[in-house]
Design a protein around this ligand. Structure first.
Ligand SMILES: Cc1cc2nc3c(=O)[nH]c(=O)nc-3n(C[C@H](O)[C@H](O)[C@H](O)COP(=O)(O)OP(=O)(O)OC[C@H]3O[C@@H](n4cnc5c(N)ncnc54)[C@H](O)[C@@H]3O)c2cc1C
Length: 360
């Protein structure tokens, strides 16, 4: 490997931005190529909850819990970042599921517990009907995903990273089993390393290097209201939606679409929001959009070397907002030192892909 690796990162969402900044800190020569405007596609419509609650396995829990501490590290390193650590109150699932989840997560050492209606009301006094049982995780938070990504990119630019917008990568170029660069809508760019952080578009790009990856992109709704006086103290997850208030007081609600069209789903979410509080809130919709969640075939992160091509690396995951600081640092370390962080070891490409059997 070159002493100063020459790296192309494809995609300027939160994952590509974090990788680029961490790589630049380690002295790599980095160019980010973005087909649209910097800020990502999934990232800009993300609800952006930072949590380790949504962890079906212990390995995934460990990675997510690590990412929560890594957000604290990133806040120290980049004081322009602003994480809202106001905790969560979750009654999205039936009570027996919530109890089982609390028991599993607290068994792994997570700071989460069941609360009754009295405590739920103390935590969120504006709720009209507090749930009989909810999970409270006081260490969870959220960021403004687009602002955060722009700040990461600005910090990367200050370290010399080139950020090229409105240029689409059409293929990865390979010579003698090693990456030699990419072909784009503007021509050819050479590189020692290509890191594909293109969210749901990742499979179309890696296929050009013979690497097939199963990634789904189910639609999800994000509704943003106009600013309102502060009503919520933290994040809440109800059976109808996930809801928080951003720093300007806007309610930000997310919901899965499950075959509903976005307009109808937005009406349902807004109705549920109006009934959630006492006194009722007077809200006006600012925007609603259907975002796409990038989800690898087994639901877990897909982060690692492509075994079939040296110098080709992939980083695509749901919960990319939660994971961005860890994935960014770990991928950068691996590219520069060739050492894979043990927390990433279970999330390599070989488990899901054809063409990824060798770890370089
Ligand atoms: C409604 C919704 C709610 C969510 N809620 C949460 C949550 O609460 N917590 C959480 O952690 N995660 C959440 N997620 C998931 C999270 O937002 C994503 O995992 C994360 O944003 C993925 O970031 P990314 O950088 O990988 O992808 P993206 O943001 O999609 O960025 C990929 C970039 O690659 C670019 N690109 C694609 N193809 C090319 C090409 N050929 N050439 C150049 N550039 C290309 C795209 O233009 C895009 O800018 C949510 C997602 C949605 C949609």
């Amino acid at each position: 490997m070159a002493a100063r690796p020459d790296v192309i990162v494809i995609g300027a969402g939160i994952i590509g931005a974090s990788i680029a900044w961490h790589l630049a800190r380690l002295g790599a020569d980095v160019t980010v190529i973005e087909a649209g405007e910097p800020g990502g596609i999934a990232t800009r419509s993300s609800w952006a909850w930072i949590n380790a609650s949504m962890s079906p396995s212990e390995a995934y829990f460990r990675l997510r819990a690590h990412a929560m501490t890594e957000w604290r590290r990133l806040e120290q390193q980049l004081p322009s970042l602003d994480v809202d650590w106001s905790g969560s109150l979750n009654w999205e699932l039936p009570a027996d599921h919530l109890k089982a989840l609390a028991s599993r997560l607290s068994g792994w050492g997570y700071d989460i517990r069941c609360v009754d209606a009295t405590e739920a009301r103390q935590l969120e006094p504006a709720l009209q009907s507090p749930p009989d049982l909810a999970l409270h995780a006081r260490g969870e938070g959220a960021v403004e995903p687009l602002t955060t990504t722009h700040r990461l990119l600005a910090a990367a630019r200050e370290l010399g990273v080139g950020i090229v917008a409105r240029e689409t990568v059409s293929s990865i170029e390979v010579k003698g089993g090693r990456v030699s660069g990419v072909r784009t809508s503007s021509g050819r760019r050479s590189a020692d390393w290509v890191i594909v952080a293109a969210g749901s578009a990742t499979p179309a790009i890696t296929a050009t290097a013979g690497l097939d990856l199963p990634i789904a992109d189910p639609a999800a709704l994000l509704v943003v209201m106009q600013p309102h006086a502060r009503v919520l103290r933290g994040l809440v997850m109800t059976p109808e939606m996930q809801l928080r208030q951003d720093p300007d007081g806007r309610f930000v609600a997310a919901a899965d679409l499950q075959r509903m069209e976005p307009g109808g789903a937005a009406v349902r979410v807004i109705g549920a929001l109006r009934e959630l509080f006492h006194p009722p809130v007077c809200i006006a919709v600012d925007s609603h959009q259907a975002g796409r969640r990038p989800i690898p075939g087994d639901g877990l992160p897909l982060v690692g070397h492509a075994g079939n091509v040296a110098g080709l690396y992939v980083a695509v995951t749901h919960s990319g907002v939660t994971l961005a600081p860890s994935v960014g640092r770990m991928v950068a370390d691996e590219v520069v030192t060739d050492r894979c962080d043990p927390l990433l070891a279970s999330f390599g490409l070989a488990r899901l892909s054809t063409g990824a059997t060798r770890k370089s």
